[in-house]
Write a protein that binds this ligand. Structure first.
Ligand SMILES: [Zn+2]
Length: 69
């Protein structure tokens, strides 16, 4: 009979600070390196919702919406 591992091991991988919820639509956000010409570039949280694309800076400030052309 196999012993199940404690749930805390599975959740320990997702450390706090690496999971963020979109302030606009509550979808999960992912860290992404964004390069922009007319605005600041660097590491941003990017909303995983393709119709939202909200950006949040790594410091947590709202950075608007990614303009995909
Ligand atoms: Zn969103």
């Amino acid at each position: 009979m196999a012993t199940k591992k404690p749930a805390k091991i599975a959740s320990a991988k997702k450390g706090k600070g690496w999971v963020r919820t979109c302030p606009a639509c509550n979808s999960d956000m992912a860290m992404a390196k964004i390069l922009r010409v007319e605005a600041s570039s660097g590491m941003f949280w990017l909303c995983s919702n393709a119709s939202c694309n909200t950006l949040v800076t790594s410091a947590g400030a709202n950075a608007g919406v990614l303009d995909l052309k």
